[in-house]
Design a protein around this ligand. Structure first.
Ligand SMILES: [Cu+2]
Length: 560
């Protein structure tokens, strides 16, 4: 939950002091003992599902890694609540990544935090502001900060190997961050996201439009970052040291988290309109969220408002996507925030409906003031958004400039996994909402699984694609997610530094447009994107499932 704390700059020294890089081979210390037990411990299986005998006793072919190996957890500061940091044009923020002690359901874990917080500070700025962020890396891995969704200068994009060097443990890096578009954005490392982001390094950026009427009036605003954590018997499941594990489907945690908490709650007054800024910060999980029994409308997504507001029953968020939702709680009582999805059991070939409760909203009987019932009921049309998009409509139906296919190649997986998967592809799910084969998934690492973005015209794959674009060009990109691969899966494809429209899905034009930086491509689907390539530099295009990115699923668009 956001706490509206007014905070002066410079007060954000890390709760835990700077730490030296830890000896990761040492098994001494509390976290070391915890990891020693976990390394031999099977991963958690869903209720009723057993690890298959053919896979029992196997371990992924990587050394186990957890944050703070050899560190005495009792020496670490516990995380503190997320603060709101309001910054003005020209201000500077110190952002320090450290080891923290994080309490989840009464059990303390060594995790990572920004300024001692999970999520990190919510950075609130006015549109068109430029700030300086001094990043200090005090964790035990190299790191960086990527400012997700912002059309900022290329040199500040936070991508080691492309725009900067990795920031080593103990190192610093200064970013200039500008905010050309209003809305909700987020920051996270672009080094081993499967570990660093999953262990707590993420935070929101809320960019306010100068137009006081940009959104409809609301009684309150809440940033909700949806993630998950994988534990078994009160122990964190280690990550792969040399390469990500869970490379087939990504690490789907067994504890859903809202703002890092397994038990999120909010209290509102009757009739209150709440504007929720949802961000999916999970490594792999796609959500379908709603407040059953509560009226909800979708207002905006990644980089703009929609052309028209719409009443919705639920909203689907893939990793890194954002949606701005307004909800009005018109009756007293308790209302859950749920994730209602269709699970798949790959072993049985069965689908079943699953509803997870992510938290609760308690509605008081006392009335909210002011009462925004009338403005909430009205569904706005955003003429400024439509007018901006109108300039691009002439390009919507032209042939694609580039066509990419998403697929996968595997080597040296356990024989049983290969045999099973060859049968399993007889049926598929357009979206894998849960991990329906955790044991096989766990045993797959990025050294055995290569996720692929393939250029249809040249046959080149991932980094070998040399994609040159002229600044100011409008690019039509068609992406197809091949359902006939070894293990087809949905991919949230993210383009850095630009904005794009999803103009059609499977040939059906989009009726209500919004500027995006991340698009979910279900299995078997084709999406047509229109990219406004206005920002020069070298920009990544990649899958935002952390383990797919770690398995090579990336290419670069060079805008000159
Ligand atoms: Cu992917």
């Amino acid at each position: 939950m956001i706490r509206r704390t007014a905070c002066a700059l410079g007060l954000f020294a890390a709760a835990a002091g700077p730490l030296q890089a830890q000896d990761s081979t040492s098994m001494a210390g509390m976290q070391g003992m915890q990891m020693g037990a976990a390394a031999s411990m099977p991963i958690p299986m869903p209720a009723g599902m057993m690890i298959l005998p053919a896979l029992a006793g196997l371990l992924p072919p990587v050394a186990p890694f957890l944050p703070g190996i050899g560190v005495d957890r009792s020496m670490l500061a516990a995380t503190t609540p997320t603060t709101i940091v309001r910054l003005r044009n020209g201000d500077t923020l110190d952002l320090t990544a450290t080891l923290v002690s994080r309490n989840i359901r009464g059990k303390a874990f060594v995790m990572y935090g920004f300024n001692g917080q999970i999520p990190g500070p919510l950075i609130r700025v006015a549109q068109h502001a430029t700030i300086t962020v001094r990043f200090h890396n005090h964790i035990d891995l190299p790191s960086s900060v990527h400012w997700h969704g912002l059309r900022l200068d290329n040199r500040d994009d936070g991508v080691p190997g492309l725009t900067q060097h990795e920031v080593p443990p103990g190192g610093d890096y200064t970013y200039t961050v500008r905010f050309p578009d209003a809305g909700i954005y987020w920051y996270h490392p672009h080094v081993r996201e499967d570990i660093e982001q999953a262990m707590g390094l993420y935070g929101s950026m809320l960019v306010d439009s100068p137009d006081s009427d940009y959104y409809s009036p609301a009684n309150s605003e809440q940033s909700l970052m949806l993630g998950d954590l994988m534990i078994n018997a009160d122990t964190l499941i280690p990550f792969g040291r040399e390469a990500p594990d869970f490379a087939l489907m990504g690490r789907v945690g067994n504890i859903p988290l809202v703002n890092g908490e397994p038990d999120w709650s909010l209290t509102v007054k009757r009739g209150q309109v709440v504007r929720f800024f949802f961000t999916d910060v999970a490594s792999s999980r796609t959500w379908n969220v709603s407040f059953p029994g509560v009226a909800m409308k979708v207002v905006a997504s990644d980089q703009s408002r929609f052309e028209r507001e719409e009443s919705v029953a639920s909203v689907v968020l893939a990793p890194a996507e954002r949606y701005v939702i307004e909800a009005r709680f018109d009756r007293p009582g308790r209302f859950p925030l749920v994730n209602a999805i269709q699970a798949i059991n790959h072993y049985k070939g069965e689908f079943e409906a699953v509803v997870d409760t992510l938290g609760w909203v308690t509605v008081d009987s006392s009335p909210a003031t002011p009462d925004y019932a009338a403005s909430f009921t009205h569904l706005r049309a955003n003429a400024a958004v439509s007018a901006d998009i109108a300039r691009y409509r002439q390009y919507f139906s032209r042939p694609p400039d580039k066509q990419l296919t998403l697929t996968v190649a595997v080597t040296a997986l356990p024989l049983f996994t290969v045999q099973f998967m060859s049968i399993d592809t007889a049926y598929f799910h357009p979206v894998e909402w849960v991990d329906g084969m955790p044991d096989m998934n766990w045993l797959s690492t990025a050294s055995q699984v290569r996720w692929i973005i393939r250029d249809d015209a040249t046959g080149k794959e991932n980094d070998a694609i040399d994609w040159q674009v002229k600044r100011g060009d409008v690019i039509k990109l068609r992406i197809y997610n091949d359902p006939k691969s070894f293990h087809p899966m949905q991919h949230p494809i993210h383009l850095h530094g630009q904005r794009m429209l999803v103009v059609a899905r499977d040939g059906v034009p989009t009726a209500n447009l919004v500027w995006k930086d991340t698009v979910l491509i279900p299995v078997g689907s084709t999406v047509d994107l229109l990219i406004d390539a206005s920002n020069p530099g070298d920009w990544m295009l990649h899958c935002h499932i952390a383990e797919h990115l770690g398995s090579g699923m990336m290419t670069t668009m060079h805008v000159r």
